[in-house]
Ligand binder design. Sequence first.
Ligand code: AMP
Ligand code: ZN
Length: 140
Amino acid sequence: MKEDCIFCKIANGIIPSYTLYEDDDFRVIFDLGPVSKGHALILPKEHYANIYELDEEIASKVFVLAKKMATAMTEAFGCDGFNILQNNNEAGGQTVFHFHMHLVPRYEGDGAIKFGKAGEAVEEKLKELEEKVKEVLNSK
Ligand code: AMP
Ligand code: ZN
């Protein structure tokens, strides 16, 4: 646990929260600034600042839990769709620096989350980017 981290305190029950689900590794709470009705967050109990720091076993468990929660929340709230979202670093829109996954129920026409305007895929550029990623992966 990180002393000055609010999500460590919430995940470990030091600060009380509406808890939708809890197990040894995670707590799922409602977001206090919901972008849609029922917006929730999966918090690991251990502190990891972001996806780069995230333990691999926790990483493998978090999406299984996201599926379980999305399925239950969809039935409970009668939502029409669902977004699962995870921000990293300030440039990636992260504001609380304890890894978390957003569970966002979506309702027809709610406009809760929008992607930026689509750009254009240029073949040469894609080739260059593909090579860069493969180079890094192959160096590990
Ligand atoms: P992100 O921008 O991905 O770091 O998301 C942080 C989220 O945490 C935002 O959606 C906030 O509304 C939410 N949030 C911040 N503080 C709290 C809190 N004490 N309890 C519940 N949600 C919070
Ligand atoms: Zn933390």
